[in-house]
Write a protein that binds this ligand. Structure first.
Ligand SMILES: [Cu+2]
Length: 470
């Protein structure tokens, strides 16, 4: 969306470099801030002295995509939601230029929580369309800070996407990590309910009542899934700069399948260790760090969990590399549990030995696989849950090409799909089942609940398994 500003550095007062501590602005070397669009973060600051950092940020109002088929007029800092990431060093002096694009309908300003001064800069940065305001501040306190528009009605400017993060690195810098990403949550309020297509206007009443239709990371449903997933490799350390623009909701930030080795609580100096879920207040932040030890998809969520699966607060960090079965084994065994004491059967082992010898047996065995592995999401009669899990009953998606079912189970399925006229954009994890079990469960599904019938063979499953997911 936004081009990164080129890195430009001009040393003005080289002679004064030695006495940075008390230097006044005009004696500091001047450099242009590198700004990045989410989820990218500007590079760590290498210099060991302070600088005068020039930040040029533009407010833009433009139509963007909130979800598949849903559009929204975002108000933004730098053309993205959240706005451009700003990175400076404790003690730097920031010369801030806020420009409001001539096409804007509204005046805007900026309140940076990193500023010590009235309104966090808001009182000096009120900018009409087609104007630029300039003010300066000294970054006295290190930390990860939210910035946002504070023009009335403040709630509406924030609800439309006017927030971002500014990192003030401590004097000694932050420990080196392999990957850094920028993730910021926000809640949105639209006239239509979640997923209702078309250009959706802001709904003030829902915003006042805090009835969010969308709760998302980085401004839209799916901005961190599929092709846009964050990436890392096994053995790497990852640091997430997590912000919450609100306007209303507090985030219970969690990464499914990881434990935060370190959390810089609320973006400050206090470091907590071994954390599962960290609170990120509206208008606040947290820095989380973890090492990725095993491959797979880690899922970023707001653990107020309906927001994740029904309102969009779901992202993905895709980790590639070698498995380590001592850390995570994958499913080793699945047995039928019969507390009443009947002979214990093993679905995995014995049923596999006693292979289904005809279609009827396939269907019988398949039902057990379905009940144990699929029912929790797709529901007892395959009816699914609207907005979350698509129906596998009378599914036009599946019936059009049953191989799609094999692909979903073997490789997992994510991204937008349409089933019986309803859109879904969620994640089905790859299921750890044998070829035989997959053939059985899909044969069961195809012969249940008004599906078109037919039979899936082990050979078909093998073929799909041999192909990489597309
Ligand atoms: Cu504004």
């Amino acid at each position: 969306m936004l081009k990164n500003k080129m890195f430009k550095k001009t040393l003005l007062g080289l002679a004064t470099l030695g006495l940075m501590g008390g230097a006044i602005a005009k004696d500091l070397p001047t450099e242009q801030a590198i700004l990045t669009s989410p989820p990218e973060v500007p590079p760590a600051i290498e210099r060991d002295h302070n600088a005068k950092v020039v930040v040029e940020l533009e407010t833009v109002e433009k139509v963007g995509t909130m979800a598949d088929g849903v559009e929204y007029v975002y108000w933004s800092f730098g053309g993205t939601v959240p706005g451009s990431f700003i990175r400076v060093k404790e003690g730097d002096e920031i010369e801030f230029h806020l420009s409001n694009h001539p096409s804007s309908k509204m005046p805007h300003n900026i309140d940076l929580h990193a500023v010590t001064g009235p309104g966090g800069g808001a009182t000096s940065s009120f900018t009409a369309p087609g104007h630029t305001s300039t003010f300066a501040f000294k970054a006295l306190n290190p930390g990860l800070y939210v910035y946002h528009c504070a023009t009335a009605p403040v709630g509406m400017h924030i609800a439309n996407g006017m927030y971002g993060l500014i990192l003030v690195e401590p004097k000694e810098g932050l420990p080196k990590v392999d990957r850094e990403y920028y993730v910021m949550q926000g809640d949105f309020y639209t006239k239509g309910k979640y997923g209702e297509p078309g250009l959706q206007p802001f709904d003030m009443e829902k915003a006042i009542n805090e009835h969010a239709d969308y709760v998302v990371f980085n401004g839209a449903v799916g901005s961190l899934t599929g092709d846009k997933s964050l990436k890392a490799e096994v053995g790497e350390t990852v640091r997430l700069y997590v912000g919450n623009g609100g306007p209303n909701l507090v985030s219970s930030f969690h990464v499914i399948g990881e434990i935060f080795d370190k959390v810089y609580v609320e973006g400050g100096n206090l470091v907590n260790e071994n954390i599962q879920t960290t609170l990120v207040p509206a208008g606040g932040s947290a820095i989380v760090e973890f090492k990725v030890e095993v491959p797979g998809n880690l899922i970023l969520v707001d653990h107020s969990i309906f927001r994740a699966f029904n309102k969009g607060a779901l992202g993905m960090l895709s980790v590639k590399g070698k498995e380590d079965k001592t850390i995570y084994s994958g499913k080793i065994d699945d047995r039928i549990y019969l507390p009443e004491g009947s002979a214990v059967q093993s679905v995995d082992k014995k049923v596999e030995v006693v292979k289904a010898s005809n279609k009827k047996e396939k269907i019988d065995f398949g039902k057990r696989i379905y009940d144990a592995n699929c029912m929790a999401c797709h529901q007892p009669n395959g009816q699914g849950i609207p907005g979350a899990f698509p129906p596998v009953a009378k599914s036009d998606y599946l019936n059009a090409d049953p191989v799609r079912g094999i692909e979903a189970i073997v490789h997992g399925l994510e991204g937008p799909i349409k089933v019986n006229g309803e859109s879904f954009n969620s994640v089905m994890p790859a299921m750890d089942l044998t070829d035989e079990q997959i053939a059985n469960v899909l044969t069961y599904v195809l012969n249940s609940w008004d599906n078109k019938g037919g039979e899936i063979t082990v050979e078909q499953v093998k073929k799909v398994r041999a192909n990489k997911p597309h």
